[in-house]
Write a protein of this length. Structure first.
Length: 182
């Protein structure tokens, strides 16, 4: 139970893994339960979409962070791995959102699944960012309403800037650059 990531919610993560006789992961299931911090009542249960590539994920309960409470906000993020659960206001509406590790890609760290909180306090999957951004943003710019992702693959550095329109409540890829690095 994570009680230090939010001012309003406690997060409980359950993971079940099925291994074959050779200890190869054949199935994985992630369940996230969100409780109201004050009443302790279950607010929402989410069966997280995931791949079977979460073998090493969710084994260390300290691999979480919060840009809301500041918990582990400045912890190192080796290989774009910001942790298994991250709480932040990612769509700049003043409500707490979260991303959760949905599995690992072979070359870019965790593939994150993005959830945004609506006005009634429930979380909805953001297909756009989960599909197009995938990893956690390197920079969150509330003033410009942008999420910037910087990553290196091989000898190239890629930068993607996603911009949120508060009026239409939609994201778009605003800028994409590639440059060679040594």
């Amino acid at each position: 139970m994570h009680t230090n990531l939010s001012h309003h919610f406690n997060y409980q993560i359950s993971v079940s893994r099925t291994l074959d006789k050779d200890s190869v992961l054949t199935n994985a299931k992630i369940v996230l339960r969100i409780y109201d911090k004050h009443s302790k009542k279950l607010v929402q249960k989410i069966d997280v979409e995931n791949s079977n590539s979460i073998y090493d994920a969710f084994k260390d309960c300290t691999k979480v962070r919060s840009y809301i409470t500041g918990y582990r906000k400045n912890a190192e993020a080796d290989d774009c791995d910001y942790g298994d659960l991250i709480v932040a206001d990612l769509n700049f509406d003043g409500r707490e959102d979260f991303v959760i590790n949905g599995g690992y890609s072979a070359d870019a760290g965790p593939n994150y699944i993005f959830y945004f909180q609506d006005k009634p306090g429930h979380f909805k999957l953001s297909h756009f960012l989960s599909d197009r951004m995938a990893s956690f943003p390197t920079y969150i710019d509330a003033k410009q309403k942008t999420l910037v992702q910087v990553y290196v693959l091989g000898r190239h550095q890629y930068t993607k800037t996603f911009k949120y329109n508060v009026h239409t409540r939609k994201w778009r890829l605003a800028k994409w650059t590639e440059k060679k690095v040594l």
